[in-house]
Design a protein around this ligand. Sequence first.
Ligand code: FES
Length: 136
Amino acid sequence: MAGTNPYIRTAAPRCPAQKYAITFLPSNERVEVDPAKIPYDRTGLPGSILDIALGHGVDLDHACGGVCACSTCHVIVRQGLASCRETTDDGLDQLDKAPGLEATSRLGCQCIPDGTRDLVVEIPNWNRNLVHEAPH
Ligand code: FES
């Protein structure tokens, strides 16, 4: 599922102008983000951590489809938070429902780095979906 929540108005995010990298923990998987390829997966806001993760095969739950209506895409930004846009009030409301909140917690589907620095992003233990269906 992709799209936007029609009940939430947000300012247009700053999209990155240069390439940067995100390292996902605990797997330590480093992905290169190319602004020319955004959106990667069309889930969550274009250029969001969720969009980038899914576009690179990094599992990150997203029960509402990336429209800021759940908290399953909760991530903790360990480095590079200054390059991410501020969380909206609606995002904060959803984030409040996530377990294990920290000061640098963000919704992966709403958090858009501007590309001015590399990020280190932790996917909380409870949020790692270790069950995969076999291909049909
Ligand atoms: S996927 Fe539901 S709020 Fe991000």
